[in-house]
Design a protein around this ligand. Structure first.
Ligand SMILES: NC(=O)c1ccc[n+]([C@@H]2O[C@H](COP(=O)([O-])OP(=O)(O)OC[C@H]3O[C@@H](n4cnc5c(N)ncnc54)[C@H](O)[C@@H]3O)[C@@H](O)[C@H]2O)c1
Ligand SMILES: [Zn+2]
Length: 362
């Protein structure tokens, strides 16, 4: 077992990473709850796999629990489901002392968190993330949101959970593609701020892909510790937190241009990391050997690092539409070495166009 603490002025909480948490969920959440009234928000896949074990454990600890199932899919991170969940919470006679549990991937986490932020002006909530992406990224830091027809995550709030419980056993029911996609965010943490973590992944890649618990617990814990450090020092993303967007301005453009149906998020980030590191080399900030090291690891994990055939000019325009482009300027997160990140807002368009051309598959 590993525990990571996230310390904020108003709110501190721990992130626990272990095996067999679901079977003991009642015991885990007991100290975090003010009353026995709780609701578990989950999706239909996750509840089918793990719903029974979770309900049994909660009932053993005398919780009065309602399970609310949302159909899987990003399109359900919506105002419609936000409203339906509120209806169900009222129907279950939840009040300000009740607790909400987000049990699923990042979609469930973001949606449930926003419900928790708004129900009765905010109730406490616990994250039980079940995808690798949610375990190392989405469940930590208190960003909650739903989508608006005009854009992803347009409506939301910062609302920190009171605890994050990560059961690595849930990773076994994910596909290899899901694991690799989540792994990209961990590799990203290594590249921007944690060389030892990068070394650890390089050394143990095969074990990680086989989900050997000891190794997976360690890389998730290190990754969570990095994200916790960033959130502690910049909760509302005024500076440091934006370095987590390494590769993401490129990735978001790629996701938009392929209608979100070609790349998993992590797959798009891998391409973006290649672009960002290549740009760092072109600007003379990064040794080519460091670019190779990053890309070799991504490719060994089975990822493609190249942009499919998209006109660089079209790609650049999509980058400018990303919400991270501030006051018409692109804010790019670049690296000076594995573990050393920097932010630049002065990169001329022709340098970006050049890198887009270099990184396009031929
Ligand atoms: N709040 C944040 O800081 C933050 C950060 C990154 C991403 N996000 C959000 O996270 C979401 C993406 O999260 P995701 O990648 O976890 O996707 P997801 O939540 O949509 O889950 C992907 C699929 O995996 C299934 N699933 C979940 N757990 C499973 C398991 N253990 N076994 C088998 N199948 C399982 C789900 O049913 C779903 O079909 C996006 O909405 C994104 O905006 C939020
Ligand atoms: Zn990401």
């Amino acid at each position: 077992m590993r525990a990571v603490h996230l310390n904020l002025d108003q709110h501190s909480y721990s992130i626990t990473i272990d095996q067999n948490i679901l079977g003991n969920l009642g015991q885990w959440i007991k100290p975090e709850t003010k009353s026995n009234k709780i609701a578990v928000i989950t999706d239909e896949f996750v509840s089918k796999q793990y719903g029974d074990i979770v309900l049994k454990s909660l009932k053993d600890f005398k919780f009065d629990v309602r399970m609310i199932q949302v159909p899987p899919g990003e399109e359900n991170k919506s105002l419609t489901w936000f409203s339906k969940i509120h209806d169900a919470l009222i129907d279950h006679q939840m009040d300000r002392s009740s607790t909400l549990i987000a049990f699923g991937g990042g979609m469930i986490g973001d949606l449930s968190g926003f419900v928790a932020a708004t129900f009765m002006r905010g109730i406490s909530w616990i994250q039980v993330p079940t995808t690798l992406l949610a375990q190392v990224d989405a469940s930590i830091g208190g960003k909650t949101a739903i989508n608006h027809p005009k854009g992803k995550n347009m409506v939301g709030a910062f609302h920190q959970p009171s605890s994050v419980l990560i059961d690595v056993d849930t990773l076994h029911s994910l596909t290899k593609r899901d694991i690799v996609s989540g792994l990209v965010e961990i590799i990203k943490h290594g590249v921007i701020m944690d060389k030892p973590l990068f070394n650890l992944i390089e050394k143990n890649l095969a074990k990680i892909l086989r989900i050997v618990p000891e190794v997976v617990i360690e890389i998730i814990a290190e990754s969570c510790a990095n994200k916790a450090y960033v959130v502690e020092n910049d909760e509302k993303e005024s500076g440091l937190r934006s370095t987590l967007n390494y590769g993401h301005t490129f990735a978001h453009a790629l996701e938009v241009l392929t209608d979100y149906n070609t790349f998993r998020h992590g797959e798009a980030v891998a391409v973006g990391m290649n672009c960002a590191a290549q740009l760092s080399v072109n600007l003379g900030m990064l040794a080519p050997s460091e670019l190779d090291r990053q890309n070799t690891l991504l490719q060994k994990a089975g990822l493609s690092i190249h942009i499919p055939r998209i006109q660089p000019q079209t790609f650049l325009e999509a980058m400018y539409l990303d919400k991270k482009a501030n006051h018409g300027k692109l804010k790019l997160i670049l690296i000076e070495g594995i573990g050393k990140v920097t932010t630049r807002t002065d990169i001329p368009d022709n340098e970006i166009l050049k890198v887009l051309e270099t990184c396009t598959a031929n």
